[in-house]
Design a protein around this ligand. Structure first.
Ligand SMILES: C[S@@+](CC[C@H](N)C(=O)[O-])C[C@H]1O[C@@H](n2cnc3c(N)ncnc32)[C@H](O)[C@@H]1O
Ligand SMILES: [Zn+2]
Ligand SMILES: [Zn+2]
Ligand SMILES: [Zn+2]
Ligand SMILES: [Zn+2]
Length: 376
């Protein structure tokens, strides 16, 4: 069924005038699933296929808006959950906000005059230890700091110090006392910051951009942004079924080619530590499988010169074992450009794999100048 045909079926058979069609219709229709997204009006996800190959999304795939905890996977019990007690949300940028307690960075790490220079520290009015950087440095203090810019043109963007790192991002969440940021962010059109809303909820707020899933000529489906993106801008999470390590192993073994299944499986291993006293972190990590249930980011292709990267993001510290996977732009991206990330991101030395090219390796079609030539 071609692009136009799938449109026709949607518009003529799946009538939304009186609300969503029955669940069994939505379950079998990708258009209806996207249409049912709560952000559909503001930030729609569309599907187009202009290649003429007539392909539609896989029938066994369904769009979801939240990851699904499968059998054996549990979020933390209510009595282990906690958030920060910041009554004034401006405090959620500084040492003292419990949500930032694990984000201790030496002040010396911060380059003066870099784009990370934290002018709001000097104008902090909240009485927290958000004093002048030089004062903090003189006292040899370590100061928690938050992952985003909170003022000016770059408000809400990940600081480059973070973009260049593999540090996890800690955010405020539903268990925090600070006020949730309102729809559309905390920065008004005139650039004014809404001081009452917590700025440390960027991933928490969810995708704020329209995306398009499109049929590429040579790599199946891909994803493009329909708006310009700035370096450091949050795109969306990677969603899927959260599996126990055992279930992930079972699904790999069912797949004809383990490496093929691997592209959909992300280990939630950012906090894994065999020495951890928390058994959930000491054992083999949970994995997120986006093959059958996921959001639009599941269709993002690989590039050896990618424009996105995945960061681990934590809300409640008791849920580190099910941390989020958040895509951020690592450079400015123009509207219409395809979004890509590096599937191996330094974990496998593909360059040496390529040198020892063996039959059966999958060629990389990313076309970037520094292409490593093979996916796996
Ligand atoms: C996670 S999926 C991405 C969406 C996929 N294109 C689709 O149509 O469902 C990964 C698959 O996309 C294809 N792919 C992604 N990046 C590629 C690249 N740079 N070169 C060749 N194939 C690629 C491969 O078939 C890979 O197994
Ligand atoms: Zn706080
Ligand atoms: Zn908080
Ligand atoms: Zn907060
Ligand atoms: Zn490549």
């Amino acid at each position: 069924m071609g692009d136009r045909d799938s449109y026709r079926e949607h518009f003529f058979n799946h009538n939304w005038k009186t609300g969503p069609p029955p669940q069994h219709v939505v379950d079998g229709c990708h258009w209806c699933q996207l249409r049912a997204f709560p952000t559909h009006q503001q930030y729609p996800v569309t599907i187009v296929n202009k290649t003429g190959d007539g392909a539609t999304l896989p029938k066994n795939f369904k769009f979801i808006t939240q990851s699904i905890l499968t059998q054996g996977v549990r979020a933390a019990d209510a009595n282990f959950r906690s958030g920060c007690g910041c009554a004034d949300a401006r405090a959620c940028r500084y040492d003292g906000c419990e949500c930032l307690s694990d984000m201790l960075w030496d002040e010396e790490d911060q380059e003066p005059n870099s784009d990370d220079s934290d002018s709001e520290m000097e104008t902090s009015r909240n009485g927290n230890r958000g004093g002048r950087p030089s004062a903090a440095r003189a006292a040899g203090q370590k100061r928690a700091k938050f992952a985003y810019h909170s003022q000016g043109d770059k408000a809400g963007l990940l600081r480059s110090r973070y973009l260049d790192s593999r540090e996890p991002i800690y955010e405020c969440h539903e268990g925090c006392a600070c006020a949730e940021s309102t729809e559309g962010g905390v920065v008004a059109a005139d650039g004014d910051v809404d001081d009452t809303a917590c700025v440390n909820r960027v991933v928490e707020r969810g995708r704020q951009i329209p995306l398009q899933i499109f049929r590429t000529e040579d790599r199946g489906w891909g994803v493009r942004t329909l708006v310009d993106l700035q370096k450091g801008q949050f795109v969306d999470r990677y969603l899927g079924e959260i599996l126990t390590a055992r279930e992930a192993r079972r699904r790999r073994s069912l797949s004809t080619m383990a490496r093929r299944k691997d592209v959909y499986l992300f280990a939630l291993d950012k906090f894994s530590d065999t020495n951890s006293l928390d058994s959930r972190l000491a054992g083999p990590p949970l994995e997120c499988d986006g093959e059958f249930r996921a959001g639009p980011t599941r269709f993002i292709n690989h590039s050896c010169s990618p424009n996105l990267r995945i960061f681990a993001r934590v809300g409640d510290h008791a849920d580190k074992h099910i941390h989020d996977l958040a895509f951020f732009a690592v450079r400015d991206i123009s509207a219409g450009d395809e979004l890509t990330f590096d599937y191996v991101d330094g974990t496998v030395d593909l360059a040496s794999d390529a040198r020892h090219h063996v039959a059966g390796m999958t060629p990389c079609l990313c076309k970037s100048a520094n292409c490593r030539k093979f996916l796996w």
